[in-house]
Design a protein around this ligand. Structure first.
Ligand SMILES: [Zn+2]
Length: 716
């Protein structure tokens, strides 16, 4: 430490003056001053060398704390700051803001992995003040072994952004974040650490503090946001909720976000609103990165009235004057809801926040909750497969050994990697040989916590007290008090009527159905292991043509009826005539689009069904009668029919249906007597599409000229 630096460090008034100067450069306003707690956090880091946790609402200015602290520490001779931050979008904004204030920032994430040479040179020349790293990068073995140790030795400050992700109890726990606890443990004790989050209840705070070490300096600000006007409007169904949006969207202030729970709901809603002349766009996990950036810009510049988004429009998005947030369906916890509505009204005096709950919300929450929990049996199967393999196994190779889809399989591998039982190496994954046990108690507690959160969200919808106070209290904010602005404090501030023409338009749009069914063209890898002698592409003579699906189970329109029809324990009943008419409309449009170039179908064939024979037969009969096409019959089930469950991975699904469908003698004869042309192959529900592919292949091999699949519902 130089004499000058020692002098500065000793003089707190001097620190404050310097900090203020840096802050003013950072925000570009000569009169800017610190908010409550900002300077205290900087002082704890810079003069105290402490570990600090800042829990403050979004927009409070957490990034000002770490950039100001970084520059002051650098002036005192410290090494660069290491910021671990989860979203590339967030990094982009942070880097731009920092550079304007003279901070030399660089980012390393999975997208620019090859630039390490450049980063490394800049670090060696001491030309980097702040290095941003994605949590995923920390799990990269080569980064951890070759680059991280040197970085840790030189780091002047470690910042963990969105630190609630560290905690099991955080609503958004990510396995990658468990690496951060290791990282903190490896830091010299004198290196200050700053963890920041906008959303943490007491349990999460305690958990983060424990991981930060001893003597943690915690600042918790009030979470209530005075600019927000909260409200809940309970409407009968999707038709009314969409009708409400059609009626009132234009009256909402400025531009904003309409959140939905599923991708299909976002797409359906955006389509309906756009058809009615509203300037809106869908933004979901299916939107590609380039388009996402353009859409975010369009919203920031008020070029759209709203983005209709899933939670994919997340942490990194910042528009201080966002005018409104409307939810079509509630998120599964008050924390998640608070985080999404907290995007509004940061830099403006007023923003409207309205929740339109849906009757199907709870069902959707349950679906996502079970999808994200590791499963003991599957974990053991992964460990056994890796333990038996002499070589590392790729993810597709593991899919032929463990019945899990790609995303849950990757999540499970991450959990096992963080627990030290497996590691990623070149060529895939290998076992470390370390024993692993399933922490049943821990997962049971987490599952119970999720159920409690869902219950508090239901309570939020039904309560008569202050909604902001309730949300703040749910986050253990002790300063929570009635807001005087929400619908329960000040009376209903939004119109509740639905224009009848709007409801009709919504109803029409919801009835509209028909999605393409992409046929399978490639066999999964590793099928020989599962006793199925296929690989590579399907042969031309075995392929089915593209098809049509009435709707997804998650669609706003037909989704409700379809989910009820396929719910566990639902009776097997003939097809609802309205649904049959909707299928006929789908067929008409399909015909107008040219039947995939295969020509008009000449006959109907049904899939065999063990669970819904009445439904399928009535469906086939209806289509045969209305379309005046002969019903040739149905395929027969071989070897007891398909095995395994829906929802497994592709390889297992194929193995479960392979050689289970056959063209019996009667069907073969009917097919032979039929005029040449394609046949419609009818099924009730598709998931992996292997049943329809294998059955269609059997029909092709039995002489069908072409097969056009027509299905009522798609799962997932
Ligand atoms: Zn209130």
């Amino acid at each position: 430490m130089t004499t000058q630096a020692a002098h500065l460090a000793a003089d707190h008034t001097e620190t404050r003056a310097q900090a203020l100067e840096v802050l003013r450069a950072l925000v570009g306003r000569p009169d800017a001053d610190f908010h409550d707690g900002q300077y205290e956090a900087i002082e704890a880091l810079v003069d105290g060398g402490r570990r600090a946790l800042v829990v403050q609402r979004t927009g409070w200015g957490k990034s000002a704390v770490y950039f100001v602290a970084s520059l002051l520490l650098r002036a005192r001779g410290a090494g660069p700051t290491l910021i671990v931050s989860p979203l590339l979008a967030l990094m982009r904004d942070q880097v731009a803001a920092a550079e304007r204030a003279g901070v030399r920032a660089m980012a390393i994430n999975s997208a620019n992995a090859t630039d390490w040479g450049l980063v490394s040179e800049a670090l060696a020349a001491d030309e980097v003040d702040v290095l941003l790293v994605s949590p995923e990068r920390l799990t990269n073995p080569s980064f951890r072994e070759n680059q991280l140790p040197a970085l840790v030795q030189r780091t002047g400050l470690l910042v963990v952004d969105e630190a609630h992700c560290i905690s099991d109890w955080g609503h958004d726990f990510r396995p990658d974040y468990r690496r951060i606890a290791d990282l903190i443990a490896r830091l010299p004790a004198s290196v200050p650490v700053l963890a920041t989050t906008a959303t943490a209840n007491s349990r999460v705070v305690a958990d983060i503090e424990e991981q930060l070490g001893t003597g943690v300096f915690t600042i918790r600000g009030p979470l209530a946001r005075e600019s927000l006007r909260l409200g809940v409007l309970r409407l009968a169904d999707s038709r009314d909720r969409l009708g409400w949006l059609l009626t009132h969207l234009a009256e909402l202030p400025g531009s904003g976000i309409i959140y939905t729970l599923t991708v299909s709901a976002a797409e359906d809603t955006a389509r309906l609103l756009a058809e009615a002349g509203h300037v809106v766009k869908a933004y979901t996990g299916r939107t590609d990165t380039m388009d996402r950036e353009a859409l975010e810009e369009a919203l920031k510049n008020n070029q759209v009235k709203a983005l209709v988004a899933t939670s994919a429009l997340g942490m990194g998005f910042d528009k201080p004057d966002l005018g409104f947030v409307v939810h079509l369906g509630a998120p599964s916890s008050p924390v998640a809801y608070y985080q999404q509505v907290g995007r509004a009204g940061r830099g403006s005096a007023n923003a409207d926040v309205l929740l339109l709950p849906g009757t199907e919300d709870a069902e959707i929450w349950r679906y996502f909750a079970t999808a994200s929990m590791p499963d003991q049996e599957k974990a053991m199967a992964v460990l056994t497969a890796l333990g038996e393999s002499p070589r590392p196994m790729s993810t597709p190779a593991l899919e032929a050994r463990v019945d899990l889809r790609r995303t849950p399989l990757e999540l499970l591998l991450k959990v096992l990697a963080v627990d030290g039982a497996v590691r990623r190496v070149s060529g895939g994954w290998e076992s470390t040989g370390q024993p692993w046990s399933y922490d049943e108690e821990r997962y049971r507690r987490i599952a119970q916590a999720r159920i409690d959160e869902q219950q508090s969200m239901v309570e939020y919808e039904r309560m008569s007290g202050c909604r902001m106070e309730y949300l703040a209290a749910a986050l253990d904010d002790e300063t929570a008090s009635p807001c005087g602005r929400c619908d329960n404090c000040a009376g209903r501030w939004f119109a509740s009527d639905v224009r009848s023409s709007a409801a009709e338009a919504a109803g029409e749009s919801l009835k509209h159905a028909g999605l393409p069914l992409e046929p399978r063209a490639m066999w999964p890898t590793g099928m020989d292991r599962l006793g199925v002698p296929v690989k590579g592409k399907l042969k031309a003579g075995e392929l089915v043509a593209g098809g049509r699906i009435l709707a997804r189970l998650t669609d706003l329109g037909w989704g409700n009826s379809l989910r009820a029809m396929f719910a566990a324990g639902a009776p097997d009943a003939p097809i609802d005539p309205a649904m049959a008419r909707a299928v006929v409309d789908v067929l008409r449009e399909w015909g107008a689009a040219g039947w995939e170039g295969a020509g008009r179908p000449v006959a109907v064939v049904a899939m065999p069904s063990r669970n819904k024979p009445v439904l399928l037969q009535s469906f086939a009969q209806a289509i045969s009668e209305i379309g005046r096409l002969p019903l040739l019959g149905e395929l027969s089930l071989e070897f007891g029919g398909p095995t395994g469950q829906r929802g497994g991975n592709s390889a297992y699904r194929l193995a479960g249906v392979w050689d289970r469908f056959a063209v019996g003698p009667e069907l073969a004869a009917a097919l032979a007597a039929c005029p040449p042309g394609p046949v419609l192959l009818l099924d009730d529900l598709v998931d992996s599409r292997w049943s329809i592919t294998v059955a269609g292949r059997a029909l092709r091999l039995a002489g069908a000229e072409q097969v056009l699949p027509l299905v009522l519902a798609q799962a997932g």
